[in-house]
Design a protein around this ligand. Structure first.
Ligand code: SF4
Length: 176
């Protein structure tokens, strides 16, 4: 199975990619994360994603269209849960890429994180898959989270302290 794996960051990918490879998936990584602010933080995380993919022997396809103003207009300013839109935007782009590349399915390294909204991952991924005619595979990989922390420390990969957007940075540090 050829699987396009949305890679949110190096630490999450460090255990997710081997998990899929052990299940005989032919993994191609895909980076599209315009939700990560500011720009230098985005670059640090992209560097970590590249490092993990190189170690795993996986190609990383990069969509570097990065426009925080467009992200705030499209995602942060809308009605309803911000995170579902954010996840949906990234998975829709991944589904489009997967369909264009003739992949059998797509998934995301977000599914290893206990801090993410897994119902949003599941529903947004399924919707994106339907729109683009490619299967979305949801796997609850949260039990591997501790392993991802261990692996990213071992590899010396940058580990972020907040989810990604400026709102999440404020939520993380406002009490400190
Ligand atoms: S907290 Fe994370 S998932 Fe939610 S909108 Fe911000 S970057 Fe996206």
């Amino acid at each position: 199975m050829k699987l396009l794996l949305h890679v949110c960051c190096g630490p999450c990918a460090s255990a997710t990619i081997p998990w899929w490879q052990e299940r005989r998936a032919e993994v191609v990584g895909f980076s599209f994360n315009p939700n990560v602010h500011p720009l230098l933080e985005y670059r640090r995380r992209l560097t970590g994603a590249r490092e993990v993919c190189e170690v795993a022997g996986v190609e990383l396809v990069e969509d570097q269209s990065y426009d925080p103003a467009a992200w705030f207009a499209a995602v942060a300013a809308g009605e309803g849960p911000r995170c579902a839109r954010c996840i949906g935007q990234r998975l829709d782009r991944t589904a489009r890429e997967a369909a264009g590349r003739g992949c059998d399915a797509f998934s995301t390294s977000l599914s290893i994180s206990p801090w993410q909204d897994h119902e949003a991952i599941r529903s947004q991924g399924a919707g994106a898959g339907e729109r683009h005619g490619v299967e979305f595979i949801y796997e609850d990989l949260r039990p591997l989270y501790a392993e991802s922390r261990r692996l990213s420390r071992q590899l010396g990969i940058y580990r972020q302290k907040y989810c990604g957007c400026l709102v999440s940075e404020w939520e993380r540090y406002r009490e400190s």
